[in-house]
Design a protein around this ligand. Sequence first.
Ligand SMILES: Nc1ncnc2c1ncn2[C@@H]1O[C@H](COP(=O)(O)OP(=O)(O)OP(=O)(O)O)[C@@H](O)[C@H]1O
Ligand SMILES: C[C@@](O)(CCOP(=O)(O)OP(=O)(O)O)CC(=O)O
Length: 394
Amino acid sequence: MDLVTCTAPVNIAVIKYWGKRDEELILPINDSLSATLASEQMHAKTTVSISPNFTEDRIWLNGQEEAMANPRLVNCLREVKRRARESGQTPQTRLDWHIRICSANNFPTAAGLASSAAGYACLVYALCQLYGVKGDLSELARQGSGSACRSVLGGFVRWRMGSDAQGHDSLAHQVVGPEHWPDMRIIILVANDGQKKVPSSIGMKRSVGTSELLKFRAENTVPKRIEAMEKAVQDRDFATFAALAMKDSNEMHATCLDTTPPCVYMSSTSHQVSDLVHKINEHFGTPIVGYTFDAGPNACLFLLKEHVPLLVHLVRHYFPTSDTTFKGDPFRGRDFDVEISSGEGKFQSLESSMDMGTNPDALKYAIYTKVGLGPEVLTNTSDHLLDELGNPKM
Ligand SMILES: Nc1ncnc2c1ncn2[C@@H]1O[C@H](COP(=O)(O)OP(=O)(O)OP(=O)(O)O)[C@@H](O)[C@H]1O
Ligand SMILES: C[C@@](O)(CCOP(=O)(O)OP(=O)(O)O)CC(=O)O
């Protein structure tokens, strides 16, 4: 029996992918750009195993057995095997053995927190390790979920839409590595981690079919904005970075509202968080925090390390929670390398200038993280999700 276990990170787009020109190959209507988040806080973990003794292909996701017939899964497996066959690295007999796949996310699945990105990047990375496939993996991961192609790399990543009908040039590449902007921090404010009503793939298909605004966005705004965003990342120009991220998120959600029937992903809590961010930035006279929202109500905030204590104080003040544990709590303890003092006295004058009401228990918890590396192989036996017979350990 051969067995490989990997982790892959989540990525959060600051220039969004929303809309496909080819549903089957998952080819987008515009380029997108994202930050890969550190795997320590959020990751998918996948074990893949092949054996001549397995009599059928099987998959378990988050402890439940699922159907292998999922077309995205089938496409990924077929394409990785095709690449393995073409490279001549793997004997046909090994490619014919049945496979077992066991995967788990350490954060909510299908809640607009990019689980499909981490999940398919992890699956493809693990399969490629298993079959000895080398080279670009983004084309393979893209066929599981569009955003997954950006999770096969660390740092800041750009997915170029490409023009080839077969999608061979619709690939992701690294803009800068995770070490490039060491002070960048990310705080995800989770308002709802339940499964969303309209999955991204359905929502964006509906937008492509009905929104004129989406067409305008893809053809006119994004091509210019993404160049400015790439430059802002390269120059570590936080104010431009945050302003562009917020603009792009709002434009994506505007296209969702321009869709028939409309896709409403942001909630009143999302808008309150957005309001707070704009008030903070107004107070400072320049963006010191930027937000972006995926297809869900949870805010993903970008900010520099020096502003974490301030943001933490204000979020605690305006979104008090009775859950004192506040999972992934940046609101207590230490930053990765900076002490987060409660800063009560220091920021009190700010509260009075905000002119906002408080929203008790509107947030469930927060995840505090930074920009990180791409997928990794785990070699410790205790890390494998399948036992020596190929059965799930849990
Ligand atoms: N670890 C995993 N391994 C394989 N597939 C996964 C994994 N995690 C999630 N998926 C697949 O992704 C689907 C969820 O994708 P969906 O786009 O609906 O949500 P999301 O990725 O959490 O949100 P969004 O893309 O809007 O940020 C799951 O139903 C499952 O098919
Ligand atoms: C809002 C987004 O997160 C949309 C992600 O959509 P998916 O990649 O989940 O869609 P499919 O390609 O159909 O699987 C924006 C982004 O990540 O760029």
